[in-house]
Design a protein around this ligand. Structure first.
Ligand code: PEP
Ligand code: MN
Length: 273
């Protein structure tokens, strides 16, 4: 493999600040939580304040980021596609209110500049892992990038996609595992937890686990958070919504506020967070 900047031998272990003192790749795992999509200004504020109350105020965690989609990669063109730039404004306001950094997904290279005006972290969704014009554009921003693994990609393909970012000048990069296609018809994707120790062995990039998209169903989310943290992930990403059954995207997998609080209190009891 000629993608060498991402390897352990490519330099120091990657560790970076995303804003407001939140560190990715440090001692404590990061928790990136929020709705699948930013649906309106109120729901994102409600969610950000709940995440802050539980994780920061109750459990004393420091590495917390609010997520929310503005441009959504939907399977059907008739499904809700996201509110675009308006959603970014609402997300930023919610983050400022909660005092937490915010993250969103960008799919189109033309949106990188707009997103960078509003958010602290940009993620590349699974479907765009090898969208090389997007990766080249993101290599030029001063924002950290989280690169999700495509559900059909090998580890080396994923690492080489990350190499585009590093080679282009952006070394504030973390990898995100979010499940691959498999044979388990009871979950949406198969969460490949082995990538956590594998990435730590071969790469100097932090690895975060998105536990919501492989689950596809909210009851499966809390055990997957535990699995990711027990395996040594540098963080978890998950979806939480004030009224998940009414969500405009991924209604089945988003945690309710109650389940979110219960899940993280349980993790604390078990010493996992
Ligand atoms: C998301 O995080 O909302 C998302 C669409 O995830 P993925 O790209 O992993 O499917
Ligand atoms: Mn989603």
């Amino acid at each position: 493999m000629d993608c060498k900047l991402v390897l352990r031998s490519g330099g120091e272990p990657v560790r970076f600040e995303v804003g407001r003192g939140v560190i990715i790749g440090g001692e404590e795992p990061v928790v990136i939580a929020g709705p699948c999509s930013v649906e309106d200004p109120e729901m994102i504020v409600e969610t950000a304040m709940h995440v802050k109350r539980v994780l920061v105020e109750k459990l004393g965690l420091r590495n917390v980021v609010i997520r929310g989609g503005a441009w959504k990669p939907r399977t059907s063109p008739y499904s809700f596609q996201g509110h675009g730039e308006k959603a970014l404004e609402w997300l930023r306001e919610a983050g400022d209110k909660a005092g937490l950094p915010v993250a969103t997904e960008v799919m189109d290279p033309r949106h990188v500049g707009i997103a960078a005006e509003y958010v602290d972290v940009i993620w590349v969704g699974a479907r765009n892992m090898q969208n090389t014009p997007l990766l080249r554009e993101l290599a030029k921003t001063d924002k950290p990038v989280l690169l999700k693994r495509h559900f059909g990609a090998t580890i080396n393909e994923w690492l080489c996609a990350a190499e585009y970012l590093l080679a282009g000048g952006n070394d504030r990069v973390a990898l995100v595992e979010r499940g691959t296609r498999g044979f388990n018809e009871y979950a949406r994707f198969t969460l490949d937890i082995t990538v956590v120790p594998v990435v730590h062995e071969v790469s100097r990039l932090p690895v975060i686990v998105d536990v919501s998209h492989p689950a596809g169903k909210r009851s499966l989310v809390p055990p997957l958070i535990a699995a990711a943290l027990a395996a040594g992930a540098d963080g978890v990403m998950l979806e939480v919504h004030p009224r998940p059954d009414k969500a405009l995207s991924d209604a089945k997998q988003q945690l309710s506020f109650e389940m979110f609080e219960e899940a993280f209190t349980g993790l604390r009891r078990r010493g996992l967070i």
